[in-house]
Design a protein around this ligand. Sequence first.
Ligand code: CDP
Length: 226
Amino acid sequence: MTKTPPSIIALDGPAASGKSTVGRKLADALGYLFFDTGVMYRAVTWIALDEKINVNDEVAVTRIVQTTDIDIRPPSQNDGRACDLLVGERDITWDVRSSAVDANVSAVSAYVGVRAALTEQQRRIGLRGKVVMVGRDIGTVVLPEADLKIYMDASAEERARRRYKETVARGAEADYDEILKKMIERDRIDSTRAVAPLRPADDALILDTDSLTEEQVFSRILEFCR
Ligand code: CDP
């Protein structure tokens, strides 16, 4: 590692490309804040479903980000979580990983008003530096001035396999074919939306992780930091 590793690190890529696992490890190694922006979009989606708001109603969904207190705090439990995700006092850390949230989050995150509000919060936190921020548009929109931008990718089949394993390990029900189908659909919506679509920044380093182990991915990323 150089004396001063990059301060703002942006990690983008499609669903289950390994961003969160490696991002968390990297942040731990550097003593940086790990910020998974996907949980914010997931929280808004969870609230919409919980309050029986039609996710196709852009105005009603956008109102959620203006009226609800979504908080991210250090982990209070040692159950594999990177942080606590709270709505008011309710802990929704694992609720936001449900298949219902998976199925609706891309529609919610395509809304301009939702993105504007969340992007502003993410940017404010990211600009403090010493941060590994993970998402879809960190290098392109949230923090275009990031010191290091990495775009992680892998085939849909490999990513679905990883998500399947993760879900089963958590003790939740999983069906590989269903995961694959929904993941492809989510990536399609994420990369074709008008605002902040999923794509590598022009100055991002691309890392294809298909044939790499978690350890190999991590050491490549450490090399990028040097
Ligand atoms: O963990 P996984 O890769 O499956 O997804 P996530 O990172 O939790 O993100 C869930 C969804 O939030 C994505 O499919 C995007 O629709 C949205 N998202 C986004 O639009 N912009 C971000 N910076 C992060 C997530």
